[in-house]
Write a protein that binds this ligand. Structure first.
Ligand SMILES: [Fe+2]
Ligand SMILES: [Fe+2]
Length: 250
């Protein structure tokens, strides 16, 4: 079952904690004149997520379905959401559109938009700015900045393991780094640290992690410091499975 909680100013976290999963999975709904869904979850989660959205608005009136990179938990449900919301546009960064989204049917229907760094999606009260963040996890990774609530949507950066409440005020940054080393989602620390510096300068008040809870502006600097001070890049493990040493470049 997905639960839905308003975090701040019309921004809702929809959260599912599958049994035996090390992390929960979040989507974010922004209720506005032009409503937006950020991440779709995996396809089998579609009905649960739709039911959660219905507590706030009709999923058929979503105007934007926004993918922060191309991976199953971020976009597995995109075809079903696009089928239900007939006027919705599918938004990714320009690279993701070229590499991935333009290969699907809805691109032929003219329903894919690729955006570059600095572009703004105007939802009405909320304005979403694109931050291109290549190699922060994936080649086509991007983040979103929402100015009116000073919200950052960082996808898989600043995540926490386990079933977390909607808002995080405690320092779980060491657990975050340990999770990253365990699952191996970042090839290297450098591109990540450059983005950490950039987003810290923006002084977010809310950091809506895709796994775990939303960090407050007060605790966020602790997570940023941990990413500067602790190792967290791929060290031979994929989803906790240690690869044979000859498969790992030292
Ligand atoms: Fe991801
Ligand atoms: Fe994710």
């Amino acid at each position: 079952m997905a639960r839905i909680d308003e975090i701040v100013g019309g921004i809702y976290r929809i959260s599912t904690m599958p049994k035996d999963s090390p992390v929960g999975f979040n989507q974010f709904l922004i209720d506005d004149e032009h409503a937006a869904l950020i991440h779709t979850g995996m396809a089998p989660m579609y009905e649960d997520i739709c039911n959660a959205i219905r507590q706030v608005l009709d999923p058929a009136r979503l105007a934007y379905i926004i993918l922060l990179h191309f991976e199953g938990d971020e976009c597995g449900g995109m075809e079903r959401f696009m089928a239900q919301a007939r006027d919705a546009q599918l938004v990714g960064c320009e690279l993701s559109a070229a590499l991935n989204l333009n290969s699907f049917d809805f691109a032929c229907q003219g329903r894919v938009i690729g955006k570059r760094d600095g572009a703004v999606i105007d939802l009405g009260r909320h304005k979403l700015s694109i931050l291109e963040t290549p190699h922060v996890h994936h080649w086509d990774s991007m983040m979103l900045w929402e100015e009116t609530t000073r919200s950052l949507f960082p996808a898989d950066l600043f995540i926490q393991p386990g079933d977390q409440p909607p808002v995080i005020r405690e320092n779980l940054s060491s657990a975050m780094c340990e999770l990253y080393r365990h699952v191996g989602i970042f090839a290297h620390e450098d591109p990540v640290r450059r983005v950490v510096d950039r987003v810290e300068r923006m002084q977010p008040e809310w950091v809506h992690a895709m796994h775990g809870g939303t960090l407050t502006g007060q605790v966020f600097p602790r997570f940023a410091s941990a990413l500067r001070e602790q190792p967290f890049a791929f060290n031979g493990k994929l989803l906790g499975r240690a690869l044979a040493s000859k498969q790992v470049v030292a």
